[in-house]
Design a protein around this ligand. Structure first.
Ligand SMILES: [Zn+2]
Length: 180
């Protein structure tokens, strides 16, 4: 999820910055009532951040979208969609005493995916968010998934092969008992 304007730039340099448009060293953080539309999971969401500090050139008005700003927009999008935050996901996993690898195996995703969700680098789909919530909340869901990915060994059963033998004077039934 990158910004729709310029690629994000570093977040740690002291202001003022040099403007990428007019080259004036007049870029300062400017509190901005920011509204944008972001697409997630096939739907458009309107996001409103009333106090977004966007580095803005006082000379020409150019706005610079930084990594920090993109993080805030992504966090606002996550809240708007109603998804678990990275902190909530980390907490949910930690409370179960599971590693990222273990959770990934149970959910059927890559470990890197869990890692990106927890660092906020990637937003989970609504479907995965539902699955995560069920997994964290329900022992029954966890039990079912454990069973799916590590099925119990099959219980030995008796198998009977029935053979009918017909002769002139009698009918015999032979049973052949196996253990598998
Ligand atoms: Zn400028």
């Amino acid at each position: 999820m990158m910004s729709d304007k310029k690629p994000p730039v570093g977040r740690d340099r002291p202001f003022p910055w040099r403007c990428v448009e007019c080259r004036a060293k007049e870029v300062f953080p400017e509190p901005t009532d920011y509204i944008c539309t972001r697409k997630h999971d096939g739907r458009d969401y309107e996001i409103h951040i009333p106090d977004l500090e966007i580095p803005t050139c006082r000379e020409c008005g150019e706005q610079l979208f930084t990594v920090a700003i993109d993080d805030r927009i992504v966090a606002a999008l996550r809240a708007r969609v109603g998804l678990l935050t990275p902190q909530q996901m980390h907490k949910g996993r930690s409370q179960l005493g599971m590693t990222q690898q273990e959770l990934a195996d149970q959910l059927g995703v890559a470990k890197e995916t869990i890692s990106r969700w927890e660092t906020g680098g990637m937003i989970q789909s609504r479907a995965m968010d539902n699955l995560l919530r069920l997994f964290f909340e329900s022992e029954e869901v966890r039990r079912l998934l454990r069973k799916r990915f590590a099925p119990d060994p099959p219980v030995p059963v008796n198998r009977i092969r029935c053979v009918h033998i017909r002769a002139e004077s009698y009918t015999a039934v032979a049973f052949d008992l196996h253990r598998n």
